[in-house]
Design a protein around this ligand. Sequence first.
Ligand SMILES: NC(=O)c1ccc[n+]([C@@H]2O[C@H](COP(=O)([O-])OP(=O)(O)OC[C@H]3O[C@@H](n4cnc5c(N)ncnc54)[C@H](OP(=O)(O)O)[C@@H]3O)[C@@H](O)[C@H]2O)c1
Length: 245
Amino acid sequence: MRIGILGAGNIGKTLVQRLSAAGHDVKVANSRGPETISPDVLAKGGRAVKAEEAVVDVVITSTPFMSIPKMRPLLASLPDDVTIIDTSNYYPHRGDKIDEIDNGQAESAWVAEHIGRPIAKTWNTIITASFDANDKPAGTPGRIALPVSADRKRDLDVAMALVEESGFDAIDAGKLEESWRQHPGAPCYCTDLNRDELPAALAATDKSRLAKRREIMIAAMDERFGMSINGEVEPAVRIMRALFL
Ligand SMILES: NC(=O)c1ccc[n+]([C@@H]2O[C@H](COP(=O)([O-])OP(=O)(O)OC[C@H]3O[C@@H](n4cnc5c(N)ncnc54)[C@H](OP(=O)(O)O)[C@@H]3O)[C@@H](O)[C@H]2O)c1
């Protein structure tokens, strides 16, 4: 598959490496130009390109949330059969507040509206350190499962297949309007659940508590880790589980 990844940061880098290693033709772009993409991003294959060259059969957006509307000129006019998969999370403390989301619109529904395209949403519920360290072959007992939301069957199928290839079980989490079940603050958020545990966690999500829990999580993570968890996956997941499960 030809895959373009917009964003070469924590999540984008691992996606380039995993999906290249899985045999896909991967291009990656950031906002500053291909020459600024670190060679280790391309250690397993893939090519650094300009953003307009990265919009191919499947496009993965893995940028800060508020960068996504800026990509509309690139994404809105893509052919109908291009699947766009978004990894982003809305953290209002990092930048602009979005009233529609604060008032209950699912983040991914807002993204789809603002880029003028349907999307799938996944890879947003795993901390980068766990994403880097905890991929496993399909069939491994206890393999971490990730929720995938999408409105179109084709987008869901493509995103679920790529999640599996990236080293995780993929679970159908339903339509975008229900994707608040995978928001920061939800029981499935960064708690590294497996396929037996994830469906019940999605079903148990209480939408009215998400924003408050997200703020508590930010405070708890800041107090424990400061700017970076530096690979301390287990303590980070323990904190998330204590807060959300
Ligand atoms: N970190 C995590 O643990 C984690 C886990 C799950 C999901 N997420 C979510 O996934 C998204 C990416 O997270 P991250 O931690 O990987 O972010 P990051 O390390 O800050 O990287 C962001 C990347 O996006 C690029 N970018 C920004 N604007 C762009 C544009 N208009 N076009 C193309 N590329 C652009 C940046 O390139 P420049 O540097 O050139 O601007 C950078 O390469 C975020 O929304 C985050 O909430 C993060």
